[in-house]
Design a protein around this ligand. Structure first.
Ligand code: CO
Length: 281
């Protein structure tokens, strides 16, 4: 058993996307800052409607998946396939862009807090052109695993907790994505296995916590070094931490905005397909 150390800290940088939604981007803030198979991690959170109200009007994607986890607020997804999904507090939208999707993500509230995360998960070359797909995961479909006074919400993947294996709301996938929201009670410790072939990161979004004695920075992606286990300790007010891991793909990544392929030629093809209305054909 080797404890995973902190390898790198990527503080979330304030930026705006969509029609001017204010977000904090850690992974993906430049094309050099990625964690294979993850392309991007955005945190959006504001109690000022002006920061999010314009939402993400109709836009395309090709070549990867987006995982949106809403912890507060209400957002409506609509896409060219006719899917209409209501994302509410604690719910997840798992969208496979594959060969192409055109969708919008619009807030359904005019005041109050809107808070959540969007993760971009790359697809290997063999799967980039598969048909688009979409799944709405309701909050009650996400397993809640109690550990002492703490709780793990297992969105995706499998996780061994106190000798028992658990499976998340979403499972499988060639990159074996693991996505867990760890709610640590004040002063609690949590030890979790994390298979050594997976790239992993932590994202502290509330409270205070330490990884193996080192304080985690809030609203930053903490990339984990090599090892097969991790030990977290919460501070006196508890902590909420995302644990995100996956198997690296190891292929070239060429990104142009919402298109992520393996070569420039494939990006040019995506642009031509989008312009001629064939992205989703
Ligand atoms: Co989108």
């Amino acid at each position: 058993m080797t404890t995973r150390p902190i390898k790198r800290v990527i503080p979330g940088m304030e930026t705006s996307d969509g029609a001017g939604v204010r977000i904090r981007r850690s992974i993906g803030q430049s094309q050099l800052i990625r964690l294979d198979p993850f392309l991007m991690l955005d945190e959006f959170g504001s109690d000022k409607a002006a920061d999010y109200l314009a939402g993400f009007p109709s836009h395309p994607h090709r070549g990867f998946e987006t995982v949106t986890y809403l912890i507060e607020g209400h957002m409506l997804h609509e896409d060219h396939l006719g899917n209409r999904g209501n994302l509410r507090n604690g719910g997840v939208q798992w969208m496979t862009a594959g060969r192409g999707i055109v969708h919008s993500e619009m807030p359904q509230q005019e005041d109050g807090v809107m808070r959540g995360f969007q993760l971009w998960l790359n697809l290997p070359a063999a799967e980039k052109m598969k048909p688009a797909g979409y799944r709405d995961i309701q909050p009650e479909q996400i397993p809640r695993i109690p550990v002492g006074d703490s709780e793990i919400r297992l969105i995706a993947g499998t996780l061994m907790v106190e000798g028992k294996n658990h499976t998340g709301a979403e499972a499988g996938g060639s990159t074996e994505p693991l996505y867990a929201d760890l709610h640590l009670a004040p002063g609690d410790a949590l030890e979790l296995p994390l298979a050594s072939h997976l790239n992993g990161m932590l994202y502290l979004y509330e409270g205070d916590a330490q990884l193996d004695g080192q304080a985690l920075q809030r609203s930053a992606a903490t990339v984990l070094g090599e090892g097969d286990t991790l030990t977290l300790n919460a501070g006196s007010s508890g902590a909420r931490v995302l644990l995100i891991a996956g198997k690296p793909i190891g292929e070239p990544v060429v990104q142009y905005g919402p298109f992520v392929m393996n070569s420039r030629q494939e990006i040019e093809q995506a642009l031509r397909d989008y312009q001629s209305g064939r992205l989703t054909a």
